[in-house]
Design a protein around this ligand. Structure first.
Ligand code: AMP
Ligand code: ZN
Length: 480
């Protein structure tokens, strides 16, 4: 299989360390808020990669973390811990915050047919403390391993300690800027602010391995004993420690969004070299971003950083979003808009309706059509060329083959596409636009706790022949 390797700066043939097997680590969500469509794009991308590898006959050994400590706002060393900030804003315990949002990851994965890292269908009722059975690693459960890794780096001379923190000395890694080619002076200028906080820091771009419970963090709620005093781990060390713990000192693929190319992944790579004496990861693979209509960062105010329940309440099916993300290559930057999502919805419904009519005209089991399978495999092998994969699917659906054989082939493709096509049922046509906008107004009214208004809108919707139900995942709507 070929994939785009960021360090090679080109599409390369993936040569697994162990023949026929792929070991893969995915940088996982920071569980301080619900995932937005950008995060979802990342996890749909790696779901497709996982499914494609299985389809192509590889054994996949995959893990993903939940970041529940140490990830600072703006990804800076001396920002605010995102989990602790959410805890103080809501008056909750940090553990309750991360548990709450881990559950929403399960719900979203379930609704989007994203498999767990272990390759299982996700049950939203899985116990949070059992998720290690499904390939999820929670950072706060691996602090001991993180301390172990920092000790190894310290013994080999890669670290130094100040009154506030233990740092990784990036000048010890000759090719530290390998990911971006940026020169170190520019990088140092970009990270100058942290030096003002800790004057003992040697280079602005050095990064924290262990933060002491001192200074700004004297009252940090999450803290552990360590050889450098009471404190908590930096963000980057969690991925190195957990990756090596679960996948060993050499593994095949490490993924993340393109935002990780400049800081998080160079730091992880530096730590790996510091602890093990060699780079651990063979291929670094990155997904492009979902951006707002003006190519900027996703933001709520511009209507971009939406969550799955928000989209459901606007009348979309989670699989509309899945279609939007599955049908393009992970390296294509996508502009998020209602129009794009409507287009995905229409394309998805066309496929679903065709599959339903094939089901009606089939009375026996068919056989997978080899010529289509070969073409589909070729598209996957070609750096996950998903637009080609969908073109093949559409050719197949239009072909004159026996309905049974077309269906058998579509179900075979669906192992990668993940629409659960064997179990779909007839859907209502799209919601009329006016009902969609009423639903959105009602969602806002409920968010503002204006229940009089939300009841008024419910009645308007009901006059148009639809019934709104309120569920823990948000509003749902059905035709009456
Ligand atoms: P976070 O929860 O911020 O740690 O992000 C989880 C994952 O989502 C990371 O792998 C990010 O690189 C990725 N990500 C964040 N924002 C976007 C976006 N707008 N588009 C695509 N991926 C994103
Ligand atoms: Zn990571």
């Amino acid at each position: 299989m070929k994939l785009y390797s960021t360090l090679d700066r080109k599409v390369v043939e993936i040569e697994p360390i162990k023949s026929g097997e792929i070991s893969m680590y995915n940088c996982g969500p920071t569980v301080y808020s619900r995932m937005h469509v950008g995060n979802i794009r990342a996890y749909v991308s790696w779901d497709v990669l996982h499914r494609a590898l299985l389809y192509l006959g590889y054994k996949v050994n995959r893990v993903m973390n939940f970041t529940d400590v140490g990830h600072m706002t703006e990804d800076e060393d001396f920002g605010e811990d995102k989990i602790e900030r959410a805890a103080s804003q809501t008056g909750k315990d940090p553990l309750d915050i991360s548990n709450q949002y881990i559950k929403t990851v399960l719900e979203d994965f379930h609704n989007l047919n994203i498999l767990s890292p272990s390759g299982d269908k996700v049950d939203p009722n899985w116990e949070v403390n059992q998720l290690h059975n499904y390939g999820w690693l929670r950072a706060t459960s691996y602090v001991e391993q993180m301390i172990g890794k920092i000790k190894e780096m310290e013994a080999k001379g890669y670290t130094y300690e100040t009154g506030l923190a233990v740092y990784f000395d990036i000048t010890k890694i000759e090719d530290y800027t390998i990911f971006t080619g940026q020169n170190l002076d520019e990088k140092n200028i970009a990270s100058r602010e942290d030096v003002e906080v800790d004057p003992e820091k040697k280079n602005p771009a050095d990064f924290v391995l262990w933060m002491k419970r001192a200074g700004k963090y004297a009252n940090h709620l999450m803290h552990w004993e360590s050889p450098w005093g009471d404190g908590f781990p930096g963000w980057h060390i969690e991925c190195s420690a957990m990756g090596i713990e679960k996948l060993g000192e050499h593994f095949d693929i490490h993924t993340g969004g393109v935002d990780h190319i400049s800081v998080h992944h160079p730091n992880e790579r530096a730590q790996n070299i510091g602890a093990c004496g060699h780079p651990v990861v063979k291929y670094w693979i990155h997904n492009e971003f979902i951006v707002d209509s003006d190519d900027g960062k996703l933001s709520k105010s511009k209507g971009g950083a939406l969550t799955l329940p928000e989209l459901i309440s606007q009348g979309y099916d989670p699989l509309d979003l899945r279609y939007l993300f599955v049908s393009v290559n992970y390296r294509v930057q996508l502009r998020f808009s209602k129009e794009a999502l409507d287009g995905a919805r229409n394309a998805r419904l066309k496929i679903f309706n065709k599959v339903l009519s094939l089901k009606e005209s089939s009375n026996s089991h068919g056989n997978v059509l080899p010529e289509y399978r070969v073409r589909f495999e070729k598209a996957l092998n070609d750096n996950l060329n998903m637009s080609e994969a969908f073109a093949i699917l559409n050719d197949l659906l239009k072909s004159n083959n026996k309905s049974e054989d077309i269906l058998a082939t579509v179900y075979d493709f669906d192992r990668v596409l993940g629409f659960n096509l064997e179990n779909i049922q007839k859907e209502e046509e799209s919601l009329p636009l006016e009902v969609q906008s009423l639903l959105e107004e009602r969602r806002k009214a409920r968010e503002e706790k204006n229940f009089l208004e939300s009841d008024r809108i419910r009645d308007l919707i009901s006059e148009k022949g639809y019934k709104v139900l309120d569920t823990p995942q948000g509003q749902t709507i059905e035709k009456v």
